[in-house]
Structure formats: C-alpha cells, structure tokens
Design a protein around this ligand. Structure first.
Ligand code: AMP
Length: 277
C-alpha cells in the first residue's frame, strides 16, 4: 500500500490504475470501514482510501479536536484489507483557502442537516474535492450514515460526477450496536444500554412491516421506551432513503432512522423496514 500526502503525488500514482474503488473516511478504522475497503478491492480490482478528518463538517462545539486519530494503526488495517492507495493529506493541502462551498438543498436540510447546520456543506465540499482528485470509478459509502448517502447521490446526479456509487449495509457489533469510531467514548454503563437503540429499531420495523401497528403508533411507543432507558432522541422517523422525506404510508424500500444522545455521545442508526433476505 502506498501512503500519499499530496494531490500532485496522488495524481501521478493514479495513472497506474484503470478501475479504482474509493472509500472516503476520517480514520479510526473498524470493521465497518474495512468491509467497504474489501468490497471496493473485490469489485474494482484496486482501491483507494482517503483518511482525512475534515474540519469543515464539524460544528464549532463538536469533537474535531478530540476525534480519534491513529494513523499507524489505520495504515496497518488498510494494508491488510488490500488497499492500494492511501491518500492522507494534511489540512492545508486540501484547504489552502476555503472560499468555495458545495451546498445540496432539500435532501440535506432535514434530520442531521437541521441538527448540525453546515455539516452537509462540509461533507459535499470534501467529497467533491475527493472525486476530482481521486477520479474513482466507483465510490463506496456506508448506509450507517444514511442521509450522507442520500446527499452524495443527489450531488453526483446534479453535478454529473462520473463515478458510480455503492452503498453498503451497516456493520454491527455482536450485540447489534452499529459500529462507529465514536463508540470508544461511551462509558461502560452507556455501552451496556446502547444496543437497545438497534433492538428498538428492529422491533419498530417489524411492527410497521407486519401491520401490527401504524407508523405513528410504533414510533411513539419506541420514543417512550428509549426515553425511559436514558436516551434523548433528536429524531426517529420512517423515511424514503433517497429523498429523506418521511413516509406516511410505508414502502418496502423505506428505512427507519434514529439519532439519539446517550450521555455526551450521539448515536446514529437506521434499519430497512423489510430486512434483506
Ligand atoms: P467515517 O470515517 O465515520 O467518515 O466513515 C467512513 C465511511 O464508513 C462512511 O461511508 C461511513 O458511512 C462508513 N461507515 C462508518 N461506520 C459504518 C458501519 N458501522 N457500517 C458500515 N459503514 C460504516
């Protein structure tokens, strides 16, 4: 695996590969990241990973400074996952200045967009830059960040980026908790409670998909259960995953999305209404 720090060096190395699968990341790798990398390698023959903790997608009171960073560990894991090119630039290589911003409207405005203003401007801008620098044939994103997938898909369509997109299902711990780089911040008592979020999502999806409950009723009993277990819910909704518009009558492609705070940690998760067979 080649570790590359500059845009010009990346462009030189890129010429040796025809089909490249890109996995954009902020590091602190876990099995969720590694499954994207392995899929990219299998499907494209060669893979590139970007490791860049993107300051512009963090709000002023968010955890940019203390986001977990361990490049040497990450490089070892990525090399084992068969990554060919590791693009890990310093911040001033990517942002010598920051005057142009990519803004996706509609799909980026609800849910995470309403809780974290500017977050998706930061995401859309860095992903655009990575698409121009890396020129991926296929780009891989995790459904863990469902709205990010929807925002990137809309941006690729609207701005005609010549990359295909692949979205990969959420990878979970053995007890169902969605893997996340931020899970290391959970205290042991929070970590013990955290899997209830996924358990409640799956229960709610089952209630709605079998018709045992209506959407509003199933969501309101989920909110009650989670609140009584110490979660503070930012949102819990059934949505169309392409538009992020809440579904009034459930469709088989809909997903249930949740964002909830447990202590100081914000957990994001989502499940398909109908589990894939
Ligand atoms: P991050 O480093 O958190 O920006 O994540 C990099 C990529 O990995 C994004 O496309 C995420 O959606 C994806 N990802 C993170 N956690 C998971 C997970 N548990 N399962 C699947 N994909 C994930």
């Amino acid at each position: 695996m080649k570790v590359i720090r500059t845009i010009s060096e990346f462009r030189t190395q890129r010429k040796s590969f025809s089909c490249v699968g890109l996995v954009p990341t902020m590091g602190a790798f876990h099995e969720g990241h590694l499954s994207l990398m392995r899929t990219a390698k299998i499907e494209c023959g060669s893979s590139a990973v970007s490791l860049f903790v993107n300051p512009t997608q963090f709000g002023p009171h968010e955890d940019f400074a203390r986001y977990p960073r361990n490049e040497d560990r990450d490089f070892g894991l990525a090399a084992n996952a068969g990554v060919d090119l590791m693009f890990a630039p310093p911040v001033d290589e990517i942002y010598p200045r920051h005057t142009t911003v990519v803004h996706v409207s509609e799909v980026a405005e609800s849910f995470e967009g309403s809780v974290r203003s500017q977050h998706f401007d930061g995401v859309a801008t860095i992903v655009s830059k990575l698409f121009h620098i890396i020129e991926p044939t296929v780009s891989y994103f995790g459904l863990k960040d469902l709205q990010q997938c929807a925002v990137v898909q809309r941006m690729v369509e609207d701005l005609d980026f010549p990359t295909k997109l692949r979205f990969i299902e959420v990878v979970r711990e053995h007890d169902g908790l969605a893997m996340s780089s931020r899970n290391v911040y959970l205290t042991s008592s929070e970590r013990a409670v955290a899997p209830k979020l996924y358990q409640q999502l799956t229960l709610c999806a089952e209630q709605v998909s079998t018709g045992a409950c209506g959407v509003a009723e199933a969501i309101s009993s989920s909110l009650e259960y989670l609140n009584s277990n110490g979660f503070s819910i930012d949102y819990f909704a059934l949505v169309n995953p392409t538009t992020m518009i809440p579904s009034e009558s459930p469709q088989s492609t809909d997903r249930l999305v949740v964002a909830a705070r447990l202590g100081h940690i914000r957990l994001l998760d989502n499940v398909p209404l109908i589990p894939a067979i």
